[in-house]
Ligand binder design. Sequence first.
Ligand SMILES: C[S@@+](CC[C@H](N)C(=O)[O-])C[C@H]1O[C@@H](n2cnc3c(N)ncnc32)[C@H](O)[C@@H]1O
Length: 269
Amino acid sequence: MKSYIDQLVNAGIEESEAKKEISILKSEIKDEEKIKKFIDERIKTRIPVQYLIGKAYFMDFEVKVNPKVLIPRPETEILVEEIVRRGKSRLAPTTAIDIGTGSGIIAIAMAKLIPDIKITAIDIDKEIIDIASENAKLNNVENKINFKVCDVFSKCFEGLLQSQKFDLIISNPPYVKPDELQKLKPEVYAHEPKIALSGSKENKTGLIYYERIINLCKGLINQTPKMIAFEIDSPLVNDLKSLLKKNGLNNFEIVKDYSKLDRCLFVFI
Ligand SMILES: C[S@@+](CC[C@H](N)C(=O)[O-])C[C@H]1O[C@@H](n2cnc3c(N)ncnc32)[C@H](O)[C@@H]1O
């Protein structure tokens, strides 16, 4: 085990990532020769193990992944845990929307953890929604989630927010500025979907998804959601605070991740 991790670390892969990937390989594949082949391929191509074997883990469950969807991040687990904690203590959400669902991890985790919740989960591409639906079935929560192809910047999204009442609005939106994409690790830059990292539109500021969602939610006068929960990137935090202030949303909390970086934003309406 140690030497596999060393091989990945020596090839420039972060130790925490190397440990996680070797642990996934070891749990999925019993044949040592096959493991060695995957490691060679991993080093040669820089394709993350999760894409090589088509599986990833989030919290305590498994999902299928392919290069159309982002590989689940441990930071996103904090977002889910914090939503559930708030849900139990004061919000008791019964309806939620997961915007930019990708592999479906946030919606699936919420469906598993909150008994009577009904979730709508949207993404821009049918192939992405197909993976998310398959993952919901794999985790036996397909009855609690309604998956839909819908572009955040389209009338479809406006219609959805106006026609349905959501107690909770959740999003881990694309927030990497285009000129910062190349600074990402090769695993991420070359192999994870640009549409998940930076978005479907020019996202020069990293803020366009937050702006769109906040602008629309603010307009839902009679059916305002109780809370908007975002995953965020810490360098954006001051801009996000200004955006909230500009929209008169002064009741919010920021939660840090394991590296003590600002990672989740909860806006109470
Ligand atoms: C950062 S990823 C988050 C994926 C998943 N929720 C997670 O936490 O791993 C952002 C997601 O937003 C989706 N997306 C990008 N532009 C979109 C748009 N205009 N409308 C809807 N979804 C969009 C991407 O396809 C991607 O799945």
